[in-house]
Design a protein around this ligand. Structure first.
Ligand code: GLY
Length: 462
């Protein structure tokens, strides 16, 4: 948690950005796994954490823009609850720590909202991505579950985004704490990788490293020799000499800030010649993308730069043919890099996407492309000082995509299908780091995690 002053300043700045009415923040509740009292790991809503700092379920908060009052709604623990959960700091104490003097029972929120509704006051709310909260709010506002999010306040969303999108030094320090853990997660895997191990053994080790630092995983660990499956979360394979493993994982520290790093490592400890070719190409694309990321440059253009690097390198390897310009124009890159180059990162690992991917990632100046591959870029806007981005190009050989495109004779002027066929057992390579855009360019966040072929092979040899 940050100082009281920081939370007060964040709310004060927000108040000056939205006209009048109520700003409603809805914190998350526990989510049941398989019966009511067996819960998934609790995760507070990112915007609730940003303005109110309290990492506890079943809270909401309201800023009355007309009177200037700030209230947190939630129920103090009953003795019955204390028996199961132990004594804890009160909501009133936690509220005071973030500069809020007024706390009220949760049920009174309904009264406040009903009264605002009756007086035709604006109730600004953010998109509701959890089913329980969406149903609850729809009921209170007299909307349906399906239509509720049509009533989201764009003014509120953009005001929140205009603050959360730009990371302060305190926030960067928290992200770098998460990256310290990422360093341990990745070097741990590099050191422990060996033929005969199961993917789940390494995944379990990664989760243990995170838990032992009083942190949580930011998203389900991706650790697989089937790196071509972009978000593969199964871990049952036995690793063998000659396999290459994509390990994409992140930590969330106590304050809620995240890291998200990918390395791709050879099981044998040495990249084969084929693996070196693809790895070097992805690394070059990543380094050029990082070098190009600076204020005033659209991230969409950085994505295309990475793609051009990949297409040009694959042409040298004989997998792509024809003019690189024409191949880029035709969208050949989507066959090899089907996802976006990166995304914002902060309190959410895909930061702010809960507020609406389109509204946050694109604007009047930058429109989302419909082209396969590029359309999956979650954030295409112009980069500005303070943005924190992941930069994660990759090359993926997906047999099902090959079968489909070959059958449909897609881009046959540019894709050398006979050559690509020999690579269908390769898997994939992704290399990811986290950067902050600075006034003059960018800074790669966190301690350096072995990335070059020599660095990875050398730590694996230890
Ligand atoms: N690195 C995981 C993700 O971007 O979703």
């Amino acid at each position: 948690m940050f100082s009281t002053k920081i939370y007060k300043e964040r709310r004060q700045a927000l108040k000056s950005k939205v006209g009048s009415g109520l700003l409603l923040f809805i914190g998350n509740s526990e989510a049941s796994m398989n019966y009511p009292h067996n819960w998934y790991q609790f995760r507070q809503d990112g915007s609730f954490l940003y303005y109110w700092g309290i990492d506890q379920p079943d809270l909401a908060a309201v800023i009355d823009l007309d009177s200037g009052t700030e209230t947190i709604f939630g129920d103090e623990l009953t003795v019955e609850a204390i028996i199961w959960m132990g004594q804890q700091a009160t909501i009133a104490d936690k509220a005071a720590a973030v500069g809020v003097q007024s706390t009220r029972p949760f049920s009174e929120l309904n009264t406040v909202l009903q009264s605002a509704k009756k007086s035709n006051r604006a109730i600004h709310f953010l998109p509701q991505y959890r089913a329980d909260k969406r149903a609850w709010l729809a009921n209170i506002l007299g909307q349906t579950y399906e239509t509720l999010n049509e009533g989201v306040s764009e003014e509120f969303v953009l005001a929140v985004a205009s603050q959360r999108m730009f990371k302060s030094d305190e926030e960067l320090a928290e992200i770098e704490k998460a990256l310290e853990i990422s360093y341990e997660m990745h070097t741990g895997v590099m050191r422990e990788m060996a033929p005969g191990k199961k993917e789940f053994q390494l995944k379990g080790m990664v989760e243990g490293i995170v838990a032992a630092q009083n942190a949580k995983i930011a998203f389900p660990v991706i650790l697989s020799k089937n790196g071509q499956i972009l978000h593969n979360t199964t871990h049952f394979n036995t690793l063998q000499d000659g396999d290459i493993v994509v390990h994409d994982s992140g930590a969330v520290v106590e304050s809620g800030y995240c890291s998200d790093i990918t390395r791709t490592v050879p099981v044998s400890g040495k990249y084969s010649p084929r693996q070196r070719d693809i790895y070097s190409l992805v690394l070059e694309a990543q380094q050029k993308s990082i070098a190009a990321s600076k204020p005033g440059v659209k991230f969409q253009d950085v994505h295309l730069l990475a793609c051009r690097e990949i297409v040009s390198g694959l042409k040298d390897l004989g997998l792509v043919k024809g003019s690189v310009d024409a191949a880029m124009e035709a969208g050949v890159f989507g066959f090899f890099m089907q996802c976006g180059l990166g995304h914002q990162m902060g309190l959410d690992v895909h930061d702010l996407e809960g507020l609406g991917e389109e509204l946050i990632g694109y604007d009047a100046v930058t429109k989302r492309s419909g082209m396969f591959g590029l359309k999956s870029l979650r954030f295409g806007r112009e980069l500005k000082t303070g943005h924190v981005m992941t930069v994660e190009p990759g090359i993926y050989f997906i047999p099902a995509l090959f079968d489909l495109w070959k059958k449909e004779k897609m881009l046959t002027d540019f894709i050398n299908y006979d050559a690509v066929e020999k690579w269908l057992d390769f898997g994939g390579v992704r290399i990811e780091d986290n950067i902050v855009i600075t006034e003059t360019g960018n800074r790669v966040l966190g301690k350096h995690i072995p990335r070059s072929i020599d660095e990875v092979e050398s730590i694996m040899a230890e």
